[in-house]
Design a protein around this ligand. Structure first.
Ligand code: GLA
Length: 378
């Protein structure tokens, strides 16, 4: 990356940083409801080579996109939708530079390289934000700890890009550690590293990019979030995390749509806690049942699954997998499947055959060892 940086900008980079994408084991659409999530970091992610500029300008170039984008770090709101589509990606680093500027960082030249598929629900945008945030923090020697950096990156996405995401993806990218999933309480922001090593139990976690790509700025994600907030207001609780008596809450809500949303969020929080218990007990195969329950809830109660995800889970279970579910914001992206390693090939073949039968673009299978969070590479 350092050679590519010199070729792009005609001067040396001061360093290279890497931030991973994530897979969420369980706990979907719980983060902005003050609930629990359990993501782990992928080995794939976004690398950024960077050097400071003293003119207050952020200059970003990507090895995956043609245009170089420059923007003042003290400018106003970045709304990526108003940018031409070939530079919409740059709203993420520019947004982060504008938010971090309040903490003492300045301009920089950034060269970005990514090996994460975009729109695959694996948090390529959070990885880009977090690599940028870590680079700017280190370049300018500003003291911000990782949980705070995650919040700032989330704020950049909320305020500068206009996507009302929760805190999960940025926290996963910055706080995950090798061989662990991260149990994060999105209210207290306390987190714990939970050992997660499928191979030790002769299990394999497949990550399958269904190639039905999603865009979360399109409004469906925001609508789900608004429905959850409306339900919490009607139930007179600060957030759906505070619903203790589900039956009473369902009885108090006349709108069947809101009832379904509440049912998902409340039960999903219980599933995260159960999943953590199973991982700590070394009962990894039992996690499969939790994944299946989560998928059905996301499909039927939260209504954010998509045909390729349902077909993937269905084919995997028929081939003997222990469980599977859609991951991420929904409406497209990836699926995880937990299977014994002995059956993994059979499960992959069954999924591939299910796509062939429907004449869909073949799915992409990704390696997913639980990996290290964001770090400085050089
Ligand atoms: C997206 C958001 C996250 C989270 C998930 C759903 O990835 O960025 O904050 O809400 O969807 O769990």
């Amino acid at each position: 990356m350092t050679e590519a940086f010199r070729a792009a900008f005609g001067r040396p980079a001061e360093g290279v940083w890497h931030a991973p994408g994530r897979v969420n084991l369980i706990g979907e659409h719980t983060d902005y409801n003050d609930g629990f999530v359990l993501p782990f970091a992928l080995s794939r992610g976004v690398s950024v080579a960077a050097a400071r500029r003293d003119d207050g300008v952020l200059e970003v170039r990507s090895l995956q996109a043609p245009a170089t984008v420059t923007a003042p770090v003290d400018g106003g709101t970045v709304v990526s939708e108003n940018w031409p589509s070939d530079r919409a990606w740059a709203a993420y680093p520019v947004g982060v530079a504008r938010v971090l500027r309040e903490h003492g960082t300045g301009g920089a030249s950034l060269l970005v390289d990514s090996d994460l598929p975009q729109g695959a629900g694996l948090s390529s945008s959070a990885a880009l934000e977090c690599a940028t945030a870590l680079a700017l923090r280190d370049l300018y020697g500003v003291e911000i700890d990782r949980p705070a950096l995650a919040r700032l990156a989330q704020r950049a996405e909320n305020e500068q890009v206009g996507m009302p995401c929760g805190l999960m993806d940025q926290s996963a990218s910055l706080l995950c550690t090798h061989g662990h999933a991260l149990m994060l309480d999105c209210r207290s922001e306390l987190s714990a590293q939970v050992p997660f090593d499928p191979a030790a139990s002769d299990m394999t976690l497949l990550v399958i990019n269904t190639r039905a790509s999603h865009t979360l700025t399109g409004g469906d994600y925001g609508r789900r979030r608004a429905e959850c907030e409306e339900a919490a207001a009607l139930l007179d609780v600060p957030a759906l995390r505070d619903v203790k008596d589900l039956a009473a809450a369902l009885g108090a809500l006349p709108d069947p749509v809101l009832r379904r949303r509440v049912q998902h969020v409340v039960t999903e929080n219980h599933r995260v806690e159960a999943a953590v218990g199973l991982l700590r007990a070394g009962a990894l195969p039992e996690l499969g049942a939790m994944l299946n329950a989560s998928h059905l809830s996301l499909r039927d109660q939260f209504e954010i699954s998509w045909p390729e995800a349902d077909a993937t889970v269905d084919a995997a279970l028929r081939a003997g997998a222990r469980g599977g579910r859609m991951v991420g914001g929904g409406f497209g992206g990836s699926v995880i499947v937990l299977t014994s390693t002995a059956r993994a090939q059979q499960v992959r073949d069954a999924i591939t055959a299910a796509y062939e039968k429907r004449s869909w673009t073949p799915p992409e299978f990704l390696e997913a060892p639980p990996s290290q969070g964001a770090h400085r590479v050089s």
